[in-house]
Write a protein that binds this ligand. Structure first.
Ligand code: SF4
Length: 83
């Protein structure tokens, strides 16, 4: 994945947030869910998670930001389902 792919990913993520706002769907997850998601990422430091940059090596997203959004999913399905 290159920088252009990362830009496209970020634009798509922003589009999902806008769509959620328009349709009044949840935009944010609870702090508990966000923490669970981040735990999954951190457990994979050196694998799919780059701890130095704080980015996912698969989608290049900044996981602290991504993990808080209900509109986002882990590209490897490592995150727990939203309850
Ligand atoms: S693949 Fe999933 S678990 Fe791994 S860093 Fe990306 S979002 Fe986190």
């Amino acid at each position: 994945m290159n920088t252009m792919d990362a830009v496209v990913n970020a634009a798509n993520a922003a589009g999902r947030v806008v769509r959620a706002v328009i349709t009044r769907a949840p935009v944010r997850v609870t702090e508990e869910v966000k923490a669970e998601r981040l735990r999954e990422c951190v457990q994979r430091s050196g694998q799919c998670f780059d701890a130095e940059s704080g980015r996912c090596r698969v989608c290049l997203c900044f996981v602290k930001l991504k993990a808080g959004l209900a509109t986002e999913r882990c590209p490897k399905n490592f995150w727990p389902e939203i309850r």
